[in-house]
Design a binder for this molecule. Structure first.
Ligand code: AMP
Ligand code: MG
Length: 326
């Protein structure tokens, strides 16, 4: 038994019951806030497009940024991501802890494309907080969890912060007291030749360098790899994407929205026949990938209203339509 197991076993009865309830809500696609050693996370089943779409809706962020996927242990992490030698060394030394590793997805990775904003990579973390660990072990699912606050507000380090910021947008808050670190996790990209820090956080550069035995550089992506010019080509389909289309051209596939589709002959997928933005967000990346894989020369995307989640959907569509290698 390691220290974390001892701490888990010592959780009070009320907290254990709350963790059971939270796990059940997560299994049903709900949103649950829970404490980690860094900040409170807003968790959802990372393998469900619909559950992940609810995270973006609740946070009210006008963009889909890739989320950190939390798992209980290294074995669960290895089912989702491919670990280089350096990634493994960092995980072995610093997990569980305030460290997030960006790795390539495994071929069978069940995590929603929306959770990593359509990237081929995945940000993974095994948190150390006993409540987070108990929840992840109990639910036995990968849990996508950004900070549990409305976009543009301060990260929550108390359950009360979560309730104030999100109100009834969150189904349940597991109150585990104050987060001991109160600062986000350090993010290290392990997909290149040498690991690179993407964000400074709970674990310092010196500690990473000690583990790896080499200097570790920082790559400034303004904390947002989806920023224009950053990794934008990763988001673009091969096929040319036309936006706000009412008429489909020869050779184009149709990415529809709403009940009324224009005449079309090629492949067509509807983001949401009911015109529901939550459903559209959940389908966005999977539909783009599927139409692109159909080998069409172009994709005609119908207009999506720029309200609520529609803002983030349009942001993503505009980037996907932008010239390559920007
Ligand atoms: P947080 O807001 O604490 O959940 O952290 C999310 C941040 O993790 C994103 O804004 C990115 O900076 C980073 N991130 C998540 N997934 C990836 C990824 N696949 N590649 C690069 N950075 C990522
Ligand atoms: Mg945040």
């Amino acid at each position: 038994m390691d220290n974390e197991d001892i701490a888990e076993a010592a959780l009070p009865q009320k907290l254990r019951a709350d963790i059971e309830r939270a796990a059940e809500l997560l299994r049903r696609g709900g949103l649950v806030a829970f404490p980690t050693e860094t900040v409170y996370g807003l968790g959802a089943d990372a393998s469900s497009d619909a559950a992940v779409a609810r995270i973006f809706e609740a946070k009210g962020r006008p963009q889909f940024n890739p989320l950190i996927v939390h798992v209980a242990n290294m074995a669960a992490a290895e089912a989702l991501g491919c670990f280089s030698k350096a990634a493994r060394a960092l995980a072995n030394a610093l997990w569980p802890g305030a460290l997030t590793l960006v790795v390539n997805r495994t071929p069978q990775c069940p995590v929603s494309a929306l959770a990593s904003a359509g990237l081929a990579t995945l940000a993974l973390r095994v948190p150390a907080h006993p409540v987070a660990r108990a929840l992840l072990t109990t639910v036995d699912l990968p849990v996508a969890a950004p900070s549990a606050n409305r976009s543009g507000t301060i990260s929550p380090t108390l359950a009360a912060h979560v309730r104030t910021s999100l109100g009834d947008r969150v189904d349940f808050v597991v109150d585990g007291g104050a987060c001991p670190i109160g600062l986000e996790s350090t993010i290290v990209d392990c997909t290149g030749d040498a690991p690179v820090i993407l964000r400074f956080g709970g674990i310092g550069r010196a500690r990473l360098e000690e583990v790896l035995g080499t200097p570790v550089k920082f790559r400034d992506v303004d904390g947002d790899p989806t920023a224009p010019g950053q990794l934008s080509s990763h988001y673009a389909p091969r096929a040319r994407l036309r936006l706000n289309v009412h008429e489909v051209l020869d050779g184009e596939a149709l990415l529809g929205f709403g009940p009324d589709l224009p005449p079309h002959q090629g492949p067509a997928l509807n983001l949401s026949e009911a015109g529901d933005l939550l459903e559209a967000a959940a389908n966005l990346f999977a539909h783009l990938h599927a139409l692109d894989a159909a080998g069409v020369s172009g994709i005609a995307a119908m207009p999506v209203p720029a309200e609520g989640l529609g803002e983030a959907i349009n942001d993503r569509l505009v980037r996907a339509a932008a010239p390559r290698n920007a």
